[in-house]
Design a binder for this molecule. Sequence first.
Ligand SMILES: [Zn+2]
Length: 149
Amino acid sequence: MITLTLEQLQTIYIQAEKIYPEECCGLLLGKIEGENNLVSEVRETENSWNAEDFEFLSLTERTKRTNFSIAPEVILKVQKEARDRNLAIIGIYHSHPDHAAIPSEFDRLIAWPQYSYVIASVRQGKVIDVRCWKLDKDHQFQSEEILVE
Ligand SMILES: [Zn+2]
């Protein structure tokens, strides 16, 4: 389960609608308490997707409308900053412009098992759905419950 405040969710929605029709992305900072991932901050990051970085994948769609990437140096910087505040990166969020809030094969290939993946579906510029996913031991996504506080 992942717990967010309504305000945090709205921060994601506003960003997703602003960046539409491209995918937005960002990091979720917080704490893991047993089975519950408590988000304490939503951190917007740039979608630094560059098709050349992923040439080893045979993707049919190769633009920011269907893919996202967060620069490794950005993740490292936020990780350090989070640690200083006794927090950790517990998840990654991104949007799916005109697609369901279901992970793509690309999302699965680049996913890490320790993170929760929040996906917002944006249709014609409006967020219509949000879901969360986490990898299981076979590197397949399973749905994770979102609790809004
Ligand atoms: Zn995706």
